[in-house]
Design a protein around this ligand. Sequence first.
Ligand SMILES: Cc1cc2nc3c(=O)[nH]c(=O)nc-3n(C[C@H](O)[C@H](O)[C@H](O)COP(=O)(O)OP(=O)(O)OC[C@H]3O[C@@H](n4cnc5c(N)ncnc54)[C@H](O)[C@@H]3O)c2cc1C
Length: 414
Amino acid sequence: MADVLVIGGGTAGTIAAIQAGRLGAQTILVEAGSQLGGTTTTGGVSYPGLFHAWGKQVIAGIGWELVTSAVELNSDKLPDFTKPTGRQHWKHQVRLCGPLYAALAEEACLKAGVQLRYYEFPTAVEQTSDGWKVRLAGKGTSVEVAAKQLVDCTGNASVVGMIGLRRLREKTTQPGTLMYGLAGYEVGSLDMKALQAKAAAAVKAGALKPTDFNNNIAGFVRSGGGNAMHVPDADSCTSETHTATNIRGRQSVLRILRFLKEQPEFAALHIERMQTETGVRETFRIVGEATVTVNDYTRGRVFDDAVAYSFYPIDLHVEHGVKPEHLKEGVVPTIPLGALIPKGSKNLMVAGRCLSSDRLANSALRVQASCMAMGQAAGVTAALAARTGTTPLSVPLADIRRSLAKHGAIVPKS
Ligand SMILES: Cc1cc2nc3c(=O)[nH]c(=O)nc-3n(C[C@H](O)[C@H](O)[C@H](O)COP(=O)(O)OP(=O)(O)OC[C@H]3O[C@@H](n4cnc5c(N)ncnc54)[C@H](O)[C@@H]3O)c2cc1C
């Protein structure tokens, strides 16, 4: 029987598995895709943030270790964290090479003794007296795995859903984005007014959708794509919805290319980079033993069971873009352990964007440094629970915090 089974090797799950492995837990990491890192790598959001707040580092640990290793090995540069960013919070996000990060994460898993199972996903989950039985299916594989502790890091709380525990979902979720970059034109030489008129005409004719360029073609071409497009109703919860989401993302890229190529200024237009998946911002959140509300978040509530800090503006993307709401000077929110434990569950945790939180708090908590910190906290807790034969809620908080600090994490003092 394994000690810890982590489902989903994305931003949070990778860190959870490495941490559990480093604590000596027999750990299995199941990832439906071909590499680790999830939205950080396959989703192309290869600029995790935020590790620093108000001139001080607030998130460190295994995520930070991997991020800085990727930056160093690729001769990239860390931002100057001593320089305040004001409202341009993204300046403290760390630009890195996604595929390299995935390779380093994989190496760290292997070194920690984590068994990696790519291209697999759970098809049945059954609670047993001492843990879980999980049926995993993949290409030519169908295996049953027994584990003492289960950590759902699917981003969608998919395993929590399979078990039948409560999850929350908004009627309309935030749009997704297929990350890609365009080049081969001079922004300075563009007649933006004329381009805007042509884009409006193309939308009217059905050749473009406003979401292809976030309703702002000038902004889109200035930024060369990137985060400046939306895929409405993006969803990665099932293979069917994920397929449809990826197709819609790619169709949007084709529409934009064909439209711009018709304009003489874009004769040399080309794609510099393009992801293979549409990044998904929001699906399900769990109902946990604790829930972070936007009020908790914006006033920097230090929860009694805080296991990590989180730092980012409230960042809800809607159809017409996003208007971040910045935190007041000095505020650093925290993440309680209870938000990672589904209410009424035993031997089960989550980490990542599906933590228990209201929608606005979630729009900030979902960012990558916070997900990595959650992953590390879940990895420690699951490993200690497996070692002592108890459930995450019964692991002494002092032990969790001591272990986190020993492994380089920054733990809030409550
Ligand atoms: C377009 C976009 C822009 C963003 N901008 C920023 C930003 O500027 N800064 C920032 O820090 N954050 C940003 N974020 C948010 C952040 O990247 C994500 O919220 C975060 O990475 C989610 O981490 P996660 O571990 O919860 O999920 P993911 O990283 O998505 O990982 C989930 C993993 O689980 C796997 N999986 C799913 N289901 C199964 C299954 N059933 N079985 C096995 N494996 C499964 C997936 O393949 C994936 O690898 C952005 C997100 C998006 C989409």
